[in-house]
Design a protein around this ligand. Sequence first.
Ligand code: SF4
Length: 442
Amino acid sequence: MNVADSQRVASALERLGYRAAAQVDEADVIVLNTCVVRQSAEDKAVGHLTSLRPLKTRKPGLVINLMGCLVGVKGHERLKQRFPFVDVFSPPSDPGPLVAHLTQGDSRQLEQAETARRFAAMDGDLVLPAGERGNLVASHVPVVLGCSHACTFCIIPYQRGVERSRAVGEIAAEVHSLVNQGVKEITLLGQIVDRYGKDIPDGPDLAALLRIVHQVDGLERIRFLTSHPNWMTGELLEAVAELPKVMPHIEMPVQAGDDEVLENMKRGYSAEEYRRLVEKIRLSIPGVSIATDVIVGFPGESEGQFQRTYDLLADLKLDVAHLARYSPRPGTVAERRLEDDVPEDEKWRRFRLLEELQEGIAGEISARYLGEKVDVLFEEKVRGRWKGRTPTNKLVFVETEEDLRGQVRQVQVTWTGPWSMQASLLHRSPEILPVNLIYVQT
Ligand code: SF4
């Protein structure tokens, strides 16, 4: 979501005539887009912001904009006192305050700013920043902003506000616009993306939205994330199975494998319900890959409860598990009502156990690809190798001098590891074989 938000800020700034600077100390405007979903992310953001202070002292004209979840949607008075050298505070997904600040007192620029603001506020005609136009292969399109679920550990509903779905016409226009600028793959985003349209009377649901976006010519692939087990419908699974551009990959956090911990997190399902849903997804979408999120060391999590999470992951053998150690987020229900009583070294121990387990599972799943032919959408060259993804979202590297950016090409997998694969390019057979006539004098 932050990548998508940053793209919108860059786009709004370019509409005002700004260009990306190569170095922080060359910039006239610095936008720090922040995430506070974990304590480590918040610490990093604060550290980075503090490190900008000497630059602002040397260069008083520099505009520093703090944006995103650290600012939140409920005002920023305390932040102003804490970081007096920050010029502008912007809530998540809103370049408006920065644009207004940069164009104060200039009526011509104000008009441009208003246009930029309208565009950047997601009216469907997103112009990618210059560096990305024609280069960006995979892009994100937010379709549901905010979240109203309120899991006890989560800060997002406080920082990003209540759930609101974007209008389907805006989304379709934005996807068209991105495809016209060279994008081949779109990921539809929402904190609970399957709740798309629930707040729009008679609006389409996510399954219907996928069918609409599927019609965009030139778009090769569609993904969506993040799903919540309570909102994964049969219609959605049917749409994924049926629509060739929608990739067989589901991101569906479980967070814990113990019912009491799930209840304390207010996730709204049991471990058994999650298990049955994974079975249903696998039956509905052949070859599907499933990724999950897990938090270890949630308040009160006993050794036995952690073991149930371990066993669930060991049984389900999901493709990916994003692991996190619980850290209390100020203002959340868990922080106010539950004691953070699992010692830090124990959280680390549990984290490493799951990490090791998942590494083995991911390695086994990848090994099944060895020698297989798969279609890969290539995105960019990284250290001399082309990087792309399979439909199941596995990372593949290919060494070739060909320019593969934005192409879906068939490859044969030659090496697999838990986190990536290597492959060789299978050359397309030419449609008309060139005929060379060679006369040999005998
Ligand atoms: S569903 Fe829960 S974890 Fe996800 S954003 Fe909403 S409150 Fe946070």
